[in-house]
Design a protein around this ligand. Structure first.
Ligand code: AMP
Length: 190
């Protein structure tokens, strides 16, 4: 069983690589951004709550995110493992994830971080904004907020896994296939 945290700033390619990884390894994709967008689309109370944070590029409060992830993990019986994409984004979320997994007799195999320079991230997000329909992909100020939030609140999560000897950084610039091979090699070494 693999439980992988795919890590990186907005626009690093986590969603793209997750899709390929779930296919190759038969894992369950758990993207908190996708889950929130689903709630938004369905007009649930959770979606309503998350909306204002998402539209501004700020983080949804930890307890809301953690509750949603807990539900998804509990629902996913008999899985071969998870790819966590866009989660955990704070150290509190990382600690909560460890506790949740332990309750289910699981643990994190490792964190794989995609390294992409800021200039390239902004270009990729703007390009994605042309087709994604995401409010937070289309406005320069929101994109800047998301990158700032990543640097200030999310980057410490890497140190959390590094201190457990579970951190690997990968060059996130290059061909999708090349990056996928690099990630696969790390997973195969777990
Ligand atoms: P993403 O699709 O991962 O870029 O997430 C889109 C937005 O959803 C983020 O900018 C946050 O507002 C919210 N979000 C997604 N995942 C989390 C998380 N783990 N913690 C807090 N907010 C999140």
């Amino acid at each position: 069983m693999y439980n992988i945290v795919l890590f990186g700033p907005p626009g690093a390619g986590k969603g793209t690589q997750s899709e390929k990884l779930i296919e190759k390894y038969g894992l369950t994709h758990l993207s908190t951004g996708d889950l929130f967008r689903k709630h938004l689309g369905e007009g649930t109370a959770l979606g309503e709550l998350a909306k204002k944070y998402m539209n501004e590029g700020r983080l949804v409060p930890d307890e809301v995110v953690i509750g949603m992830v807990e539900e998804k993990i509990s629902e996913s019986k008999n899985t071969k493992g998870f790819i966590f994409d866009g989660f955990p984004r704070t150290t509190a979320q990382a600690k909560a994830l460890d506790e949740m997994l332990e309750k289910h007799g699981m643990s994190i195999s490792g964190m794989i971080a995609l390294d992409v320079p800021e200039k390239e991230l902004k270009e990729r997000i703007k390009e994605r904004g042309k087709t994604s329909g995401r409010v937070d992909d289309q406005d320069e100020e929101k994109i800047n907020t998301r990158i700032k939030v990543y640097l200030e609140e999310t980057l410490p999560v890497a140190a959390y896994y590094e201190s457990q000897g579970k951190f690997t950084k990968i060059n996130g610039v290059g061909s999708i296939e090349g990056i996928f091979n690099d990630i696969s090699q790390v997973i195969d070494s777990y």
